[in-house]
Design a protein around this ligand. Structure first.
Ligand code: MNH
Length: 459
């Protein structure tokens, strides 16, 4: 007999009606939940004013929620908030919205491994611009440069559009900085408002609504500019993501994506693609800067080919393993929501059909029961030493799962791999201060800004 949800363990200090308000941390919600998972076990509850969030932080139970027959994706939490920004873009569309399936069919070839060949040169141009910048000024604000680099990559590879954040500015999109500022504020809101204390949150919501609507409008205006420019140019032979979306007929229905949906997708790729990949790059650069011996070792294994070709990137498995350890320890998307399709049992608790749970990858990817006693440590060779297979009990799911898993996975890995190998082959870097890696949250989990000193390997 499984126990009712009300019997799930919860944080100490629960207050009648208000709930677990004392243990709410609106600035670091998922890191706080990962700490709670250590105290409360593999599945627990957090309650705010009668809203119960079920958090799954144990590897075994988290793996159970990946079964697509029993569980599906849920559009709640920050995702639901982000619908205001990205509408029916892939990330925020409902699974039953026909536009989701249509867009996914049209876009899947554009995100396949072989499509990366098409984007490789555009990505490499960003890597070169970044390296030139580091050559000129060796004190590197990593946060700023990774924001710039990842946005440039999506802009140049996805939309054949320079963002003007790196390299030459002529012919670049205008208003990129304002777009970034607006997007940033909307992401903070989506993250914090879902972890707000009720009532206080409602007031904050009302006060912020006007500003937010202006920010959302500014973001949409920026992407409409990119699309309009392409439409006015009238050339139809672009092989980038934007070309694909504007020109391709859905293989199943024969229909093209309506332009408002193309705008949703462009905004989705700019938002979902840059913050996450920047977070991954920053975690990797932090650990490499903190451990120069490992950086030298990786740099000495045939990364000296310049420029890196598509094949070089695909073959550089060492970096891929390194990136996977970064994704394990600090998943840029710290968790995802799943909903029970039918009644389920999770660790002895009854989850009724339709109930949503939050799968906390941040905790499950560090579960010492399956990852071992050093689960909380960064180990550069972890993924080289042990392969993660479908049958292993280890939970590793930084890209989500099932039909709604990350469409940009190959894109992000090719990009991070190429950027990192380019930088590693050309520079030694060290941390300016011996800072700890501190993570902040705004729907994603991303390092607080830090500085590294980059010096050319040639000198
Ligand atoms: Mn991405 C969905 C992680 C890079 C575009 N992404 C997801 C999900 C995770 C995720 C996890 C599933 C969320 C959920 O189930 O609620 N994504 C990442 C990470 C990186 C990343 C860790 C980089 C590192 N993502 C990218 C890039 C792009 C992108 C780059 C695009 C250029 N991601 C998406 C889109 C979806 C998604 C679009 C939604 C897919 C769908 O629902 O059909």
């Amino acid at each position: 007999m499984s126990k009712p949800l009300s019997a799930l363990p919860h944080p100490p200090g629960r207050i009648p009606v208000l709930g677990d308000i004392r243990s709410a941390d609106r600035r670091r919600p998922t890191q706080h939940e990962a700490e709670l998972a250590l105290q409360l076990g593999p599945v627990f509850q957090r309650e705010l004013l009668g809203n119960r969030l079920i958090v799954v932080g144990g590897a075994e139970l988290a793996n159970q929620t990946l079964d697509e027959r029993s569980w599906g994706r849920a559009l709640v939490g920050p995702l639901a908030q982000l619908r205001e920004l990205a509408g029916a873009g892939l990330f925020t569309a409902r699974s039953k919205d026909p536009l989701w399936a249509q867009a996914r069919r049209i876009l899947t070839p554009g995100f396949s491994q072989s499509a990366m060949r098409v984007y490789h040169d555009a990505m490499a141009s960003v890597a070169d611009d970044l390296a030139a910048k580091w050559d000129a000024s060796p004190v590197v604000d990593v946060h700023q440069d990774m924001t710039a680099a990842t946005l440039e990559v999506i802009g140049r590879a996805g939309f054949s559009c320079r963002m003007g954040l790196l390299g030459r500015r002529d012919g670049a999109a205008e208003g990129t900085e304002q777009f970034l500022a607006s997007l940033g504020r909307v992401l903070v809101w989506a993250s914090e408002s879902t972890n707000d204390v009720p009532l206080v949150g409602t007031v904050r919501e009302l006060l912020g609504a006007r500003r937010r609507n202006a920010d959302i409008a500014a973001c949409r205006e920026f992407v409409n500019g990119i699309i309009q420019e392409r439409l006015q140019a009238g050339d139809h032979d672009h092989t980038d993501l934007l070309g694909l979306m504007l020109e391709t007929e859905d293989p199943e229905t024969g229909a093209r994506l309506p332009h408002h949906n193309v705008a949703d997708q462009v905004l989705t790729f700019l938002a979902a693609g840059h913050e996450t990949t920047a977070a991954l790059m920053e975690v990797a650069l932090y650990h490499l800067a903190a451990d120069p011996a490992t950086a030298d070792r990786i740099a000495s294994t045939g990364l000296d080919r310049t420029p890196m070709t598509y094949e070089d990137v695909v073959k550089s498995r060492q970096i891929r393993d390194y990136l996977n350890e970064c994704l394990r320890l600090w998943p840029p998307a710290p968790g995802f929501f799943r909903v029970a399709r039918t009644d389920q049992d999770l660790g002895g608790y009854h989850i009724p059909a339709g109930r949503g749970v939050f799968v906390l990858a941040l905790a499950a990817q560090r579960d010492a029961d399956v990852w071992g006693p050093d689960a909380h440590e960064f180990r550069a060779d972890r993924f080289t030493d042990e392969r993660i297979t479908a049958s292993s009990r280890k939970f590793f799911s930084p890209w989500g799962t099932g039909p709604r898993s990350c469409i940009g996975r190959q894109f992000a890995m090719h990009e991070a791999n190429l950027l990192l190998t380019t930088l590693l082959s050309r520079f030694r870097f060290r941390l300016e201060h011996s800072d700890e890696l501190v993570m902040r949250e705004r729907a994603t989990l991303r390092p607080e800004p830090f500085t590294i000193i980059a010096t050319s390997r040639k000198s």
